[in-house]
Design a binder for this molecule. Structure first.
Ligand code: BYC
Length: 328
C-alpha cells in the first residue's frame, strides 16, 4: 500500500481512540507493507525509529572491532576481503539511516543521540578483538546471529526497512562464510592456530547469544513489536534457532562451544543449552562493557574529523544548485 495520506473520517476517529486506523489495521491483516506516506500510529513510527536507528548505529560501530585488524590481516588476500567486509557494514548503516529518514527522523539528530548515549547499539561490539581468530569468530558467530535475527526482518511490516534487509542479509551471508572459512583454516592449522581459534570461540559464544536481547519474559518491547509485524519471532525463539544451526557447524570446524550443557533434546526437537548471564548483557547495555568508552570516543572523533567532508559536500551542492538556477 502506498500514498494513503488521508484516511476516511471514520478511520481518523478510530485512530484518535486507539492510535491505529482502519487502513493501518487492514495492511497488517493482509500482511502487506506499510509505506512512508501511509497512515501509521505515532507509537509504531517511534518504535521503528528506535529499532532502525539502533540497528544503523550497530552497523557503523561494528566497523571498529574488525577495522582494527585491517592493517594486521595475515595476507594481502585476507586484507582485501576484510576491507570489503568493513565497507559493506558502512553501506548497511547508510541503507538503515535512509530507512529511518523515511519515517521523518533526521540523520544528524540520530547520530547526535548515539554520541550522547541516548540511543543504543548492539552489545556485541563492546568486546575486544584480541587476535586474528576473533575476526573469524565475529564472521561466523556474530554475523551468523545477525542473519538469524535479520532474515525475518525482510518480512517486517514497514516496507523500507524490510527491503533494506534483503540486501543486508545477502551480504551478511557472505560475511558469515568468510568467518567460517577463517576459523576452518585455523582449526586445520598448527596446534597454536587451532588453540587461537578455540579461544576466540570461547570468548565470543556467550556474547553472541546475548545479541538476541533479553529473555522473552524480560523483553518490554517484544509483544507490541510482534503484534505490529515489526518482529516476527521472539528473542528466545531466534536464539534457539541460532544454537540449533551452530552446533553442527562447530562440529564441522572441529571446535567446541564453551557450554557443557549443550545436548540434543529429542522431545523438544532442539538443542538444550546452559543459562545465559543476562546481568552481563544489561551491564554492557548500560555502558559498562570492556570497550564501550573506547568505541564511543573513536566514533565521536571520526564524526568530528569528518565534519569538513560533510561541509565541503554541502558547499559543492549549493554551488551546483546555484549554477543550475543561473543557467535556467
Ligand atoms: N544490545 O524489549 P527488547 C550486526 C535493548 S548489527 C544492545 O527485547 P527489542 C552486525 C533494546 O534496544 C546487530 N541493546 O527490545 C553489524 C531495548 O532497549 P530500549 C544489531 C539491546 O527492540 C556489523 C531493551 O534492551 N541488530 O549484527 O524488541 C557487523 C529491551 O530489549 C540488546 C539489530 O539491531 C543488545 N543485544 O529487541 C557484523 C537488529 N538487546 O530501546 C554484524 C534489529 C536488547 O527499549 N533489532 N537491547 O531502550 C532487533 O531485532 C531488536 O531491536 C533486538 C531487541 C532483538 C536487538
Amino acid at each position: 500500500m502506498y500514498g494513503n495520506d488521508f484516511g476516511t473520517p471514520e478511520s481518523q476517529q478510530q485512530a484518535a481512540v486507539t492510535g491505529e486506523s482502519e487502513s493501518f489495521r487492514a495492511v497488517l491483516a493482509d500482511d502487506a507493507r506499510v509505506e512512508p506516506r501511509d497512515e501509521m500510529p505515532e507509537a509504531y513510527r517511534k518504535t521503528l525509529i528506535r529499532q532502525i536507528a539502533q540497528h544503523a548505529h550497530s552497523e557503523i560501530i561494528g566497523m571498529q572491532p574488525e577495522g582494527n585488524w585491517i592493517s594486521r590481516a595475515p595476507s594481502l588476500r585476507r586484507k582485501a576481503i576484510l576491507m570489503a567486509k568493513v565497507q559493506d557494514e558502512a553501506g548497511h548503516g547508510l541503507y538503515l539511516y535512509a530507512a529511518a529518514e523515511t519515517l521523518g527522523a533526521d540523520r544528524a539528530d540520530l547520530l547526535d543521540q548515539l554520541h550522547s548515549g541516548r540511543q543504543k547499539y548492539s552489545s556485541i561490539f563492546n568486546y575486544p578483538t584480541l587476535t586474528w581468530a576473533d575476526v573469524g569468530a565475529i564472521g561466523w558467530l556474530v554475523d551468523g546471529a545477525a542473519i538469524v535475527n535479520q532474515v525475518p526482518l525482510c518480512r517486517c511490516s514497514y516496507g523500507p526497512y524490510a527491503r533494506a534487509m534483503v540486501r543486508v542479509c545477502k551480504e551478511e551471508s557472505f560475511h558469515q562464510r568468510q568467518g567460517f572459512e577463517i576459523l576452518h583454516h585455523l582449526s586445520q592449522g598448527t596446534p597454536a592456530q587451532k588453540a587461537m581459534a578455540q579461544d576466540a570461540v570461547n570468548r565470543y559464544w556467550w556474547p553472541s547469544l546475548m545479541m538476541f536481547g533479553p529473555p522473552d519474559d524480560d523483553s518490554p518491547n517484544s509483544a507490541q513489536s510482534m503484534a505490529w509485524g515489526i518482529k516476527r519471532f521472539s528473542n528466545d525463539d531466534l536464539r534457539q534457532r541460532f544454537v540449533d544451526m551452530t552446533v553442527l557447524q562447530a562440529e564441522i570446524l572441529g571446535l567446541t562451544l564453551p557450554d557443557p550443557e549443550i545436548s540434543w533434546n529429542e522431545e523438544r526437537g532442539h538443542y538444550d543449552f546452559g543459562d545465559i548471564d543476562f546481568t552481563e548483557l544489561f551491564e554492557v547495555i548500560k555502558g559498562h562493557g570492556p570497550c564501550n568508552e573506547q568505541r564511543m570516543a573513536h566514533r565521536v572523533k571520526a564524526h568530528e574529523d569528518g565534519a569538513w567532508v560533510r561541509e565541503a559536500a554541502m558547499a559543492h551542492e549549493a554551488k551546483r544548485a546555484a549554477r543550475a538556477e543561473g543557467a535556467a
